[in-house]
Design a protein around this ligand. Structure first.
Ligand SMILES: Cc1ncc(COP(=O)(O)O)c(C=O)c1O
Length: 408
């Protein structure tokens, strides 16, 4: 397996060329990543020469429509799902909200929804609200010292009354990568549906969604090198089972049924640039003509290896200190480089001091309030979160550790 060429990777992101950012080290990627140049050029082109209602017969319109289709086709191929199962909504929070409305109207005897307290609120609150409409909510709770979800606890909650289980691929606080495939199999074994929040995972590599086996898989393009959109896979079976949430006359259009807001044409078209970026990383590192599934897998593996190599010294450094608590595991195994530390009331001040050293990071609850509560974090203090992705360099991490050493 080739090593990721970090120089090539960074050359694909215009953010690394502008004076406001190129002297800085960015550690708030879990909040939103830099956009790939290919996304920005497509967005720019759409706004300049395709900014008309798409899919009409005249040239600017048909080209715009083609680019929107290209985004759906290219991204779905990399995710190994059929194009008409991929939906473009305004954000993941809005996508879960719409899906919860669809489940509310679902004509079923199953009246239990399982949620976790490891999730970002986006994949939790909308489901929990269904309690008011006759559903029973069961909570799959984390271990209160590690923040981990134990699949044996899920086993005890699952039975034939369960309609849906909503859980994260990865937490935006403890960074734990949950065994999605195993969990989806367990959920399916009782005939329930699985809704996976992949927002904190997708920036670290595209998964083969068919292989993982969820019925819904969501992620946010603005954290995955694109613009502010929520991407959502919905299985064909579930799409047919749930009530249309769009205009009544669009009810037969599989990709219009769960995006009632109407699509942002330019942003959808620009998302093809995320696929361009992944393919360009592949083409730079491999000579052969791989299919999209293999391309996504190889790039995913390179991202993971690079991130793990950089994460190791950071976790080692933090775990030696006795004046802070790392939330979650201090091993790189089954972990993405999203590291939250509890430094009590000092978090916000430390973030300011890091900024003086050119480190961009933040402190807060990151909308994972239930998880922080379970882990005994004071919500007024929040946690200092240090999150990076594959375009982060070894020098960035060294600089972070030096600055932490000075300021913690
Ligand atoms: C893990 C996770 N899930 C969901 C969301 C919500 O995504 P969006 O902002 O697209 O609604 C976030 C945003 O921070 C997140 O980190």
């Amino acid at each position: 397996m080739n090593d990721l060429d970090i120089g090539f990777v960074r050359s694909q992101f215009p953010a690394f060329t502008v004076p406001e950012l190129n002297q800085k080290s960015f550690f708030e990627n879990a909040g939103g990543s830099f956009a790939a140049g290919s996304v920005i050029s497509r967005l720019n082109r759409f706004y300049i020469s395709r900014k008309v209602q798409p899919y009409a017969g005249y040239e600017a319109s048909s080209l715009g429509g083609k680019e929107m289709d290209e985004a759906r086709n290219e991204l779905s191929a990399l995710l190994n799902v059929a194009p008409n199962t991929l939906h473009f909504g305004p954000s993941t929070s809005q996508n879960t909200y719409v899906m919860s409305q669809a489940f509310k109207e679902c004509n079923t005897k199953r009246k239990v929804i399982i949620v976790t307290n490891q999730d970002h609120e986006a994949n939790s609150g909308s489901w929990r609200k269904l309690e008011k409409t006759g559903f029973n909510i069961r909570e799959w709770r984390v271990n209160e010292s590690t923040g981990s979800l134990d699949i044996n606890n899920l086993r005890e909650l699952l039975d034939e009354e369960v309609l849906l289980v909503a859980f994260p691929h990865c937490s935006n606080i403890v960074g734990e990568i949950n065994p999605v495939k195993t969990i989806c199999k367990m959920i399916k074994s009782v005939g329930a549906y699985a809704c996976v929040d992949g927002v904190s995972y997708a920036p670290h590599g595209f998964s083969d969604i068919t292989d993982l086996g969820p019925d819904i898989y969501m992620f946010s393009a603005y954290k995955t090198y694109g613009t502010h959109l929520g991407l959502m896979y919905i299985s064909d079976e579930l799409n047919k089972l749930l009530e249309n949430q769009g205009h009544y006359f669009n009810k037969e259009s599989s990709v219009k049924r769960f995006t009632p807001a109407g699509p942002d044409h330019a942003q959808i078209a620009s998302s093809a640039g995320i696929a361009d970026y992944i393919k360009s990383v592949h083409a730079y590192h491999f000579d052969d003509d791989a299919d999209p599934k293999l391309i996504a897998n190889r790039v995913h593996q390179m991202q993971r290896r690079h991130e793990t190599k950089l994460l190791d010294p950071l976790l080692k450094y933090l775990s030696k200190r006795d004046d802070l608590r790392v939330l979650g595991s201090t091993s790189t195994k089954a972990r993405v480089p999203t590291v939250a530390i509890d430094v009590k009331e000092r978090g916000k001040q430390i973030a300011i001091k890091l900024a003086d050293d050119g480190i961009m990071a933040d402190c807060g609850d990151f909308y994972a309030v239930r998880l922080l509560e379970a882990l005994g974090v004071n919500l007024n203090d929040g946690v200092l979160r240090l999150s990076f992705v594959h375009y982060t360099s070894e020098q960035d991490v060294e600089r972070l550790i030096n600055s932490l050493d000075k300021n913690l």
